[in-house]
Design a protein around this ligand. Structure first.
Ligand SMILES: Nc1ncnc2c1ncn2[C@@H]1O[C@H](COP(=O)(O)OP(=O)(O)OP(=O)(O)O)[C@@H](O)[C@H]1O
Length: 322
C-alpha cells in the first residue's frame, strides 16, 4: 500500500477554554498526493487556515484536536516537538497572505532564506550559495546583492517571491499556501501564481492552496475541497467542480465570481456565512440555500459520492435532475 503525502482524517478542532469554548472544525478529511496541487476554498471563517496550519502541527492556542493528520504516514498530532521542528525545516513549508507580517524587518533577506539550512547544519557559505540560487529561481534580479538587503527594500510582490524562496530552502515535499496572493495587485498576483505553479511542478511538490477564489483554485489545482462552517461540503476534480458544481454553496461561489466575458453583475451567495459554533441543527448552509426543504434544517448531511464528487447535501440527487 502506498502512503499519501498528506492525509487528514476526520479532524475535529475545538477551543475548550472558558468563554471561548467552541468547535472550529468538524470531521474534516482531505488528502494531497505527491506532486498534486489541491485547493481548499471557502468564505472567510470557514476554517481553511486552521486546517492548513494544522498540517504544520500548529493549532490555535488552547485548542484540542482529534482525528489524524499524517505526512507520509507519520502522525503530526502525536509527533514529538523535536520531530515536528525537523518536519517544518525539511518536509513541509508554508507561505502566508501578507509577506511583511511574517518576516522580521530587522533581518537581512539572506539570513531569512538561510535560517532553516543553518539550523539543519549546512555551512554558512553553502547556505548562502543555495539561497542565491533560490532567489534566482523565483526571479529576483541580482540575487547575490539581494541577500544583503532588508525586507523594506522590496515591494510586496518581490517580498512574496523571497518568502517562496525561503519556503523552498529545505526542499519540502509539501507546500502549504494560505491565500498567498490575496494581498497583491492583480498583475503581481499572476506573476507570483505562475512562479509558484512552475516550482511546484518542477520540484514535484504537493501543494495545498487555500483561497476564497474558486476560479483561481480551479485554474491551478488538480482537485478542490470546498469548506463551509468548519466542514468539507464538496470535493471533486477542479474541472468537474467548475463545470458541474454539485453543492448549492459551490454553485453560489461560482456565481459570485465576476466574469470578464459577462456584463452581468455577480449574484454572490446571499446572506452571511456562519461559523461552525453558530451553525444551527441540520445543514449549516440551509439558511442561505435556494433549494432548502424542511428536512434540511433537521438532518445533518453526510458526504456521499455522486459521479466522482463527494458532496454533503441532502438534496444532491434531486438537484442533479432538476
Ligand atoms: N487562533 C485562534 N483563536 C481562536 N479562534 C480562532 C483562531 N484561529 C481561527 N479561529 C476561529 O476559527 C474559525 C475558522 O477560522 P479560519 O481562520 O480557519 O478561517 P478561514 O476560512 O481561513 O478564513 P479567512 O479566509 O478569513 O482566513 C473562525 O471562526 C475563527 O474565528
Amino acid at each position: 500500500m502506498t502512503t499519501r503525502l498528506l492525509e487528514i482524517e476526520n479532524l475535529n478542532v475545538r477551543l475548550p477554554a472558558g468563554k471561548a469554548a467552541r468547535p472550529i472544525l468538524d470531521g474534516v478529511s482531505l488528502h494531497v498526493e505527491r506532486g498534486e496541487a489541491v485547493g481548499l476554498v471557502g468564505e472567510s471563517g470557514s476554517g481553511k487556515s486552521v486546517t492548513c496550519r494544522a498540517a504544520l502541527g500548529l493549532l490555535p492556542e488552547g485548542a484540542t484536536a482529534t482525528g489524524a493528520l499524517r505526512l507520509d504516514g507519520a502522525d503530526i498530532l502525536t509527533m514529538s516537538p523535536a520531530r515536528l521542528r525537523e518536519l517544518r525545516r525539511r518536509d513541509v513549508s508554508m507561505i502566508f497572505q501578507d509577506p511583511r507580517a511574517s518576516i522580521n524587518p530587522m533581518r537581512r533577506i539572506g539570513d531569512f532564506v538561510t535560517e532553516g539550512m543553518r539550523a539543519g547544519g549546512v555551512p554558512q557559505k553553502d547556505a548562502l550559495k543555495r539561497a542565491e540560487e533560490l532567489l534566482e529561481s523565483v526571479g529576483i534580479r541580482a540575487p547575490r546583492a539581494a541577500l544583503r538587503r532588508y525586507p523594506h527594500e522590496f515591494s510586496g510582490g518581490m517580498l512574496q517571491r523571497v518568502m517562496i524562496a525561503g519556503a523552498l530552502a529545505g526542499g519540502p515535499r509539501l507546500l502549504l499556501a494560505d491565500e498567498p496572493t490575496t494581498a497583491l495587485d492583480v498583475t503581481t498576483q499572476a506573476e507570483v501564481i505562475s512562479i509558484l505553479t512552475r516550482l511546484q511542478a518542477e520540484r514535484d511538490m504537493g501543494m495545498l492552496f487555500v483561497t476564497h477564489d474558486l476560479e483561481l483554485a480551479a485554474a491551478i489545482c488538480d482537485r478542490i475541497y470546498v469548506m463551509y462552517a468548519g466542514r468539507i461540503v464538496e470535493a471533486q476534480s477542479a474541472e468537474g467542480l467548475f463545470s458541474r458544481p454539485r453543492h448549492p454553496y459551490t454553485s453560489g461561489l461560482l456565481a459570485a465570481t465576476p466574469r470578464l466575458e459577462s456584463d452581468e453583475p455577480p449574484h454572490g451567495v446571499p446572506g452571511r456565512p456562519v461559523s461552525l459554533a453558530e451553525s444551527p441543527a441540520g445543514c449549516a448552509f440551509a439558511a442561505r440555500c435556494a433549494h432548502v426543504r424542511p428536512g434540511c434544517t433537521q438532518e445533518e448531511p453526510v458526504q456521499r459520492e455522486i459521479d466522482g464528487a463527494q458532496v454533503a447535501c441532502l438534496r444532491v440527487e434531486e438537484l442533479i435532475h432538476d
